[in-house]
Design a protein around this ligand. Structure first.
Ligand code: SAH
Length: 209
């Protein structure tokens, strides 16, 4: 169920859908996605679909993780990435092999604690975790070369724009529930430049207190 063949099928499917980076495809093949979901769902973990992880949250669809990662490594020149919406840490684990350091923020504490342990068990050490509201980013370690948001916002969060380095890139789903566009924002010296990467569907980026 979690065999090489099931993983190969997933990789083939991602290629068919337009993922071109061999580095990203290899990373997805090697990260054991079945360890990020409940045992009862492990048999479905190499399907190209989002799955529930409890507390109303989901593990992102592999295609979306691949697409966001591909866009990020294509456009980010530096080493430091901020991730908002850690969830089960699947995207974090994929990103960790491409950047020197990942800073990740999650609103649900119990989820974060489990994820911290999970990534440690996988010997992934270049990740710093924070329990907090991602709308505010994580100012302490900014500005960042890249920021990736795994939950949908109705508008671009100002604090995240401000925590981008010059030349830095933010990737974020923007729009109402179930019909968002994945937006890439690049910070230039005197303006922000945006590009639409296509339609997506994410859980909402909840406003913290
Ligand atoms: N990155 C995950 C998917 C995360 S789903 C993966 O690889 O599968 C989105 C996550 O964003 C959820 O865990 C949710 O709790 C979190 N979230 C929602 N609003 C948030 C906020 N304001 N700040 C931080 N995390 C938030």
């Amino acid at each position: 169920m979690t065999s090489d063949r099931t993983r190969d099928r997933l990789i083939e499917r991602l290629k068919e859908q337009g993922i071109e980076s061999n580095l990203v495809l290899e990373r997805i093949r090697n990260v054991p996605r079945h360890l990020f979901v409940d045992e009862a769902l492990a048999s479905r973990s190499y399907e190209d679909t989002a799955l529930p992880i409890g507390l109303g949250q989901t593990i992102s669809q592999p295609y979306i993780v691949a697409k966001m990662t591909e866009a990020l490594i294509d456009s980010v020149k530096g080493d430091f990435v901020l991730e908002i919406g850690t969830g089960c840490g699947y995207q974090t684990a994929i990103l960790a092999s491409f950047f020197k350091k990942i800073y990740t923020v999650e609103l649900i504490r119990s989820l974060l604690l489990k994820t911290k342990q999970r990534l440690r068990d996988m010997n992934i050490y270049n990740v710093q975790f924070r329990h907090g509201d991602g709308w505010k980013g994580w100012q302490k370690y900014g500005p960042y070369d890249g920021i990736i948001v795994a939950a949908a916002a109705p508008e671009l969060p100002n604090d995240l724009l401000e925590q981008l380095n010059i030349g830095g890139v933010l990737i974020i789903p923007i729009g109402p529930p179930r019909e968002q566009e994945l937006i890439l924002v690049k910070r230039n010296h005197d303006h922000y430049e945006t590009k639409n990467l296509g339609s997506v569907s994410f859980v909402p980026l909840v406003k913290g207190k």
